[in-house]
Design a protein. Structure first.
Length: 219
C-alpha cells in the first residue's frame, strides 16, 4: 500500500508579502500554497479539470457551468464567502501551462487564477495565485466588498480532496461517486449528505451492538 504522508498546512499571503518566485508582478494579488503527496505530472493532469477545481471550493454555489468554445466556459455561481454573497457571471478561458493551469476571467473583478505546480519532497507543491489587476485602482477600491474571501478555505479543501484522491482514486465506485454525485452538489447538500452518512453509520453500529448483546444474553 502506498504510504500517505501528512501534508503541510496551507500557507496564505496577502499582496505585500508576495515572494519573488510567485509568477505575478501585480500588487493586487494573493496566494496560498500547500504540499500534497502526488507527483508533479499527475497533479498537472488533475488540475486540467478546472470545473472540478472550482467546485471543490465550499463557498461557491454553482448555477451554471457551460462550455462555449475551445477552452472557454461560462460560469454562474454565488460566492458565499462574501457578506452579502456576490453573484458571479463570467466567461473563463483556461490556458494549460507546463507548470499547471491558468484561468483567465473575462469580466468581473478577478483577472486570473493560476495553479502553479512544483516538485517537492515526497510529492508536489501547489501555489494558487489570485490576481486582481484587470481594473484600475479607483475601480478596485470601490469594489472591495466583491474580493473573493474563500482562498484559504478553498486551498485547504483542495489539499484534503487530493489526499483522499491519492488514497481512493484506484477504487472505481469512489471515483464515480465523486465525479457524478459529489461534484455537482451544492456545498450545503454535501454537508447534509455527510451528516446523513454518519447518522446511518451510527445507526448500523447501534443495531449491530444490539444484535451482539442479544446473542450474548440469549444465544
Amino acid at each position: 500500500m502506498t504510504e500517505i504522508t501528512v501534508p503541510s498546512p496551507v500557507s496564505t499571503h496577502v499582496p505585500e508579502h508576495l515572494p519573488a518566485d510567485v509568477p505575478t508582478s501585480s500588487k493586487d494579488a494573493a496566494w496560498a500554497s500547500f504540499i500534497v503527496p502526488i507527483e508533479k505530472q499527475a497533479l498537472i493532469g488533475f488540475c486540467q479539470d478546472v470545473s472540478r477545481l472550482l467546485r471543490i471550493n465550499p463557498y461557491l454555489e454553482f448555477e451554471k457551468w457551460e462550455a462555449c468554445g475551445d477552452n472557454l466556459y461560462q460560469m454562474s455561481a454565488l460566492n458565499l464567502s462574501n457578506d452579502p454573497p456576490v453573484n458571479i457571471d463570467n466567461k473563463l478561458q483556461v490556458v494549460s501551462q507546463d507548470d499547471g493551469v491558468l484561468i483567465k476571467y473575462i469580466g468581473g473583478l478577478k483577472s486570473s487564477t493560476k495553479f502553479k505546480i512544483e516538485a517537492a519532497d515526497k510529492g508536489s507543491k501547489i501555489t494558487i495565485i489570485e490576481d486582481y489587476e484587470s481594473l484600475n485602482e479607483q475601480e478596485r477600491q470601490g469594489r472591495l466588498d466583491e474580493v473573493d474571501k474563500s482562498l484559504t478555505k478553498w486551498a485547504e479543501d483542495i489539499q484534503a480532496y487530493l489526499v483522499r484522491w491519492k488514497r481512493w482514486s484506484w477504487f472505481l465506485p469512489w471515483r464515480w461517486y465523486m465525479k457524478k454525485v459529489w461534484q455537482p452538489m451544492k456545498p450545503t447538500a454535501r454537508r447534509i449528505a455527510y451528516m446523513l452518512l454518519w447518522i446511518s453509520v451510527i445507526e448500523v453500529a447501534l443495531i449491530g451492538l444490539g444484535v451482539a448483546i442479544y446473542f450474548v444474553e440469549y444465544g
